[in-house]
Design a protein around this ligand. Sequence first.
Ligand SMILES: [Zn+2]
Length: 401
Amino acid sequence: MARYRLYPTSAEEHALLEHCAHARFVWNLAVEQHRRSTEGQRRTQGFGEHCRQLTEARAESAWLASGSCTVQQQALKDFAVCTAAWRSGRSGRPSWRKRGRHESFRIVAVRPDHVRRTSRRFGSVFVPKVGHVRFRWSRPVRVAKSFRIKQESDGRWYVAFATVPASVPGPGNGAVVGLDRGVVSSVTLSTGEMYRCPMPRSADITRRRRLQRRLARAERGSNRRQRTKRALGRLTVREVDRRRDWIEKLSTELARRFDLIRVEDLRIGNMVRSARGTIDHPSRGSRCKARLDGRILSNGWGLLVRRLEDKAAGRVERVHPAFTSQRCSVCSYRSSENRKSQAVFLCGRCGHRANADVNAARNIAAGRVVTARGGGPTGPPVNREPRHSASLVAVSEPSHR
Ligand SMILES: [Zn+2]
């Protein structure tokens, strides 16, 4: 996603917010229906069915009909994509979007002449029912088939063209790496290297608390409240940007250095995670901070895997996560006694001593690729020839209806 700062006039901003409101309304309608039908155990409605309902809704509501059909249809398409990701365990369940927090919409079928360069530093992008909106030409623009327009919580607007990042060639020497995720080291490689995801700085955490208290005291609809909200938004945007940047760099580096990258399958990983006690193992005083870190890390981890799959397409494999922390990566002896502490692994049979995360990452590097059946949790790991296409297809398919 290449993002550019968008500078709408106030009339344009008004129209953009209206698009956002339509997209959000349609999305929330789909969420509502989806919740009802899954609770009632009925078959859930697909994209096609939702589109037919949208046509009916537009016939009945002048407000919806006044908006862009593309914007509303794409909100449904986004919902369909998110639901499929949720079913296959790759992301959380689609939930309601809120005014002021989720202000975005997507435009498809972009024609090359919809994006123009108007001066050295500025360009314009065509938005249906709004017209050409100015954006900052901060780096070369590759026009994609679709783009998303979004207002961040700090009030700034952006346009992001949906370019798939260029694939990064691997070294071609057959190098395999396993990635383990943890709290102390966010990502540990089977080579022993450890990477730490940028976390909110403690000064920022203090500032956030202060702003939140101020927000709670501020009167509804007051300027002070608006200013505080924007300041909170700026904090969030800065933190998210820092993490995104980190993920971009790390995923490029890994795709370049290794031919095969193995990660735990999240579908199963989340279930065994609490038993492993890596994320859900905070000490008393730092429980709140640990929860926050855990949430950030699980979001970041999902994004890292997606970026790896973009950049190292066909070279990422998901392996079964069971017992990766209890098994000795040298002799395969498995026991909960092997894990001496959060940091230390000591094999009860061969005496292999290692950092616990590195040992786990080595097991992941040698792990069994998850098959269509999900793979079995028992038995020693088998070093197999990579089965790229088979395993990736199996993982990307929804696991149930
Ligand atoms: Zn051992």
